[in-house]
Design a protein around this ligand. Structure first.
Ligand code: NDP
Ligand code: BG6
Length: 513
């Protein structure tokens, strides 16, 4: 992969060639790479980023010389950081295997530097340490901003200034949320562009790194049987469902100023929708794919409030256990109207999807944890077998279910003759369950995305115009909900969510799957 080098907007370009060594999986020709996790003391760094880096190291996917630097305000020594990180690592590839040697090697490459996020001096001290380790070689710098969004800009300013004298590329992974609405998102993009070119910014949406989301376009574009059916002619509705069986636990402070629409719908579910519904891209090149995603996002009609249900979970006692309600969290404002559940219906105003409802539902503290795409097909015209079903239904339509998580699977519901002398039909599944079909473990989304960022592959990252288009869909609705102080409908912790969500779906002749 030919990458335009240049440390950042302020530095001089120095082209570097990255090439993936087919045999080893290593990024060949990268003399070194330093990965700096800004906010290393936080939840995401511990839970996801360090473990993903270790998994990449384990699979020989990191450059030959790499260092991982944790950066945060907390005081910590290198060995304290290693202690903290070691508690989060596991032998993902084969749980029975003893990977302690690899783990120790990896931990030996992890260091810590304590500093303020708005201190150029602290970042230049880090830079000096990095340069010493790099031994004068051209070094590539990948900064991962795993910090609250209000400090993104200060951190980018200081980090890129200090890195401007290094001779490799500088890239910055930015975590969500990218703003709260169209205006704040545009302001964030403008501020980032003071210090970085667009091609240095990697806006992460970890759902794009999930195996089954990546597989969506393989399913559509490399199987003859699906693409001809992928339109209003054959599909009656599409459901995008995100459900978690736990509450905001420990993240109430963040969640209360965002809510479920910004936390899940505007990004994770909308990204899935864009890949599901886009036209065939010219190629698999990142820009060709992102061009198609932007087109479909821009074709989505504004959302009407009467097509929206919001909810908030209440406490629930089951036996001896009481599950707390959303507002029982001390970090949540008293009387908060922030929705922890939302359901809505979107329409894509183009020739392929005109009139097809895309139903979205996302909620916390529900009865199960799953993310699914459910595609319901139309009736068979003039069906000869109406009335032959063993169930009460007169006929059953085909449905394709893509279960993103857990227990990744793709299954197609078909009508089938029940074996026997009669002519009874039932609905059965053609089932591709990953755990049964594939012996290798599904990698965590962060592994793929970190590897792509190091390779300069932007396909799974969000371009700024995609982000604008995504906010344009939700900003008017969010504003209306807030201006009208819409009170979310209560639902008990561990339930199916507000009953009105069922009514909303039934207005479109749909039952949530
Ligand atoms: P944390 O709240 O744990 O913050 C990360 C670190 O930032 C903290 O350890 C702290 O480090 C520093 N920090 C926290 N609050 C402030 C503050 N007000 N001012 C300055 N520094 C602060 O965040 P997470 O690790 O949970 O998330 C990091 C980013 O990733 C956020 O943008 C979040 O929205 C996003 N994200 C998180 C997910 C998750 O599951 N946690 C999932 C998806 C996205 P120190 O005090 O040592 O400087
Ligand atoms: C994050 C949201 O982006 O995604 C969280 O901020 C949510 O609220 C999480 O829990 C879900 O991610 P996953 O990969 O566990 O489904």
């Amino acid at each position: 992969v030919e990458v335009e080098g240049g440390p950042n907007k302020l530095g001089s370009p120095s082209p570097i060639t990255l090439a993936k060594d087919e045999k080893s999986g290593l990024l060949a020709n990268v003399s070194s790479a330093s990965i700096i996790i800004v906010g290393a003391s936080g939840d995401l760094a511990k839970k996801k980023i360090f473990p993903a880096l270790f998994a990449l190291y384990y699979e020989n996917c990191l450059p030959k010389q790499f260092t991982v630097y944790g950066y945060a305000r907390s005081k910590m020594t290198d060995s304290e950081l290693r202690d903290m990180v070691s508690r989060t690592l596991s032998c993902r590839i084969d749980k029975r295997e003893d990977c302690s040697e690899k783990m120790n090697e990896f931990l030996g490459r992890c260091f810590y530097h304590s500093g303020q996020y708005d201190s150029e001096e602290d970042f230049s001290n880090l830079d000096r340490k990095l340069k010493l380790q790099e031994g004068g070689e051209a070094c590539n710098r990948l900064f991962y901003l795993s910090i609250p969004p209000n400090i993104f800009i200060d951190a980018v300013r200081c980090a890129t200034l200090s890195a401007s004298s290094s001779r490799g590329w500088t890239r910055v992974i930015v975590e969500k949320p990218f703003g709260r609405d169209t205006e704040s998102s545009a302001a964030l993009t403008d501020a980032l562009k003071q210090y970085l070119e667009e091609n240095q910014i990697f806006r992460i949406d970890h759902y794009l790194g999930k195996e089954l989301v990546e597989n969506l376009s393989v399913l559509r574009f490399s199987n003859l049987i699906f693409e001809p059916l992928w339109s209003r002619q054959h599909i009656s509705n599409v459901q995008l469902i995100f459900s978690e069986n736990f509450g905001t636990e420990g993240r109430g402070g963040y969640f209360d100023s965002y809510g479920i629409i910004r936390d899940i719908m505007q990004n994770h579910l909308l990204q899935i929708l864009a890949i599901f519904a886009m036209e065939t891209p010219v190629s698999l090149n990142a820009e060709d794919i992102r061009n198609e995603k932007v087109k479909v996002l821009r074709s989505i009609k504004p959302i009407h409030l009467d097509n929206v249900v919001t909810g908030q979970y209440n406490s629930q006692t089951k036996g001896d256990i009481t599950f707390p309600g959303y507002t029982d969290d001390k970090t949540v404002a008293e009387g908060s109207l922030t929705p922890t559940f939302a359901a809505t219906v979107l329409f894509i105003d183009n020739a392929r999807w005109d009139g097809v409802p895309f139903l979205m539902k996302a909620g916390k503290a529900l009865d199960n944890r799953r993310t699914e795409i459910r595609v319901q097909f139309r009736n068979v015209p003039g069906n000869l077998y109406k009335g032959n079903f063993t169930s009460d239904a007169e006929e059953s339509n085909n449905e394709l279910v893509i279960r993103v998580q857990p227990d990744e699977s793709i299954y197609l519901k078909i009508n089938n003759k029940v074996p026997g002398l009669g002519m009874d039909l039932d609905q059965s599944n053609l089932n591709l369950r990953y755990a049964s079909r594939y012996s290798n473990e599904v990698p965590d989304a962060y592994e793929r995305l970190l590897l792509d960022a190091m390779e300069g592959e932007r396909r799974l990252f969000i371009r700024s115009d995609e982000l604008d288009a995504a906010w344009a869909i939700f900003t008017p609705l969010l504003r209306e909900l807030e201006e009208k102080n819409i009170t979310p409908e209560g639902y008990p912790f561990g339930s199916q969510g507000p009953i009105s969500a069922q009514h909303l779906a039934s207005r479109y002749n749909v039952r949530w799957g």
